[in-house]
Design a protein around this ligand. Structure first.
Ligand SMILES: Nc1ncnc2c1ncn2[C@@H]1O[C@H](COP(=O)(O)OP(=O)(O)O)[C@@H](O)[C@H]1O
Ligand SMILES: [Mg+2]
Length: 332
């Protein structure tokens, strides 16, 4: 078999390359961001194409959504992760539609494209603070707690077009490690707005499933947000969360997915995010009683079994490549 690796604007395909080298599988890197992407695919003749969509700019991610549609649905090429997983990636609107349609408990979310409808909503809403989020963006870059109606209306006026032509849009500010931030002026969000109810989040759990290997840990709070600091807290994930993660992956047919779950003060769980590709620099994404490892679901007796070992090498890409090969073998 031969694996195709689609390149990306920031060279994040490197980890797929490394995994293929380590696993000693034949691979080819394909220039997918080029004008010639169709010809490049046509001459490549690979059995499966591994994808790591760009995440820094919304327009780059949209390019993947568009081209992967034609690659997977029209050219009928197998891709990994699946098109459905990619469609949710870095898109908080799609993520919300998916959670709502599949009746997965999540924070109440409102997405408006009609400014008048958004105004009506804000006039009636009283439960401040409310959370504003950009659809695109990680590390809490586009998340703000809006304290009152005035602030919410100001944001609305900033995001929607005025006088039929003028739009300031919403700009995310990128935080550097030197306590300086700069505006991402070429990646504005405009003409829609997403609000979410603010929950009292006690913990945020990061649950992961890659090819049937399950992991979980706490995302620790930093500067008021659980996302972004990258600090992990080791805790044995409750069985309910392993089951919820499996349920989501089963109904979505997801094979590379992280499920971020809020736990509130009363111990209720709410799914906050689904991301098929995610930062994972630590070689183990879970420690139970001080031991690194993974959970495997044993279907025969519906039990979760802990296996000790280091499984998240190469940012989870080793697991992904193994899983992609396994999927291809099962279907051919
Ligand atoms: N509805 C909410 N209620 C309370 N806190 C929230 C809510 N949504 C997000 N947060 C906080 O903001 C952080 C970032 O939000 P998230 O939706 O995960 O965006 P990102 O993609 O930037 O990680 C979360 O880790 C959490 O700390
Ligand atoms: Mg998050």
């Amino acid at each position: 078999m031969k694996i195709g690796i689609l390149n990306e604007f920031l060279q994040n395909e490197q980890q797929y390359i490394q995994a293929c080298k380590d696993l000693d599988v034949d691979y080819e890197v394909i220039n997918f961001i080029s004008n010639d992407w169709i010809e490049n695919i046509e001459k490549s003749a690979c059995d499966i194409y591994l994808v790591r969509p760009s995440y820094k700019k919304d327009v780059w991610k949209r390019m993947y959504d568009e081209r992967l549609y034609f690659l997977n649905k029209v050219m009928k090429k197998r891709i990994y992760p699946s098109y459905e997983e990619i469609l949710l990636y870095e898109n908080k609107k799609n993520m919300n539609y998916w959670l709502k349609l599949h009746k997965i408990v999540h924070p109440n979310t409102w997405i408006f494209y009609d400014k008048d409808e958004a105004k009506e909503f804000l006039h009636a809403y009283e439960d401040y603070p409310i959370v504003f989020k950009t659809s695109f963006g990680s590390s809490a870059l586009g998340v703000r707690y809006i304290r009152n109606k005035r602030e919410a209306f100001r944001l609305l006026n900033q995001v929607f077009t005025k006088w039929k032509f003028f739009n300031r849009g919403y700009t995310n500010w990128y935080k550097t490690k030197y306590k300086l931030s700069y505006p991402l002026m070429d990646d504005k969000q405009y003409n829609f707005i997403l609000f979410q109810e603010k929950l009292n989040v006690k913990h945020e759990w990061r649950m992961i499933n890659v090819g049937g290997s399950y992991f979980g840990h706490h995302k620790l709070i930093q500067d008021g947000f659980h996302s972004g600091g990258g600090k992990m807290g080791w805790a044995d994930p409750p069985e309910a969360l392993l089951n919820l993660t499996k349920h989501i992956c089963d109904i979505g047919n997801f094979s590379s997915m992280n499920v971020d779950i809020f736990e509130d003060d009363e111990g209720n769980y709410y799914v906050n995010e689904l991301q098929s590709l995610f930062g994972s620099n630590h070689p183990s994404q879970m420690y139970v009683d001080g031991k690194p490892g993974r959970y495997i679901h044993k279907c025969a007796n519906a039990k979760w079994v802990f296996e000790e070992g280091i499984f998240n090498t190469n940012g989870c890409y080793d697991l992904r490549v193994r899983d992609a090969i396994k999927q291809w073998k099962e279907c051919s």
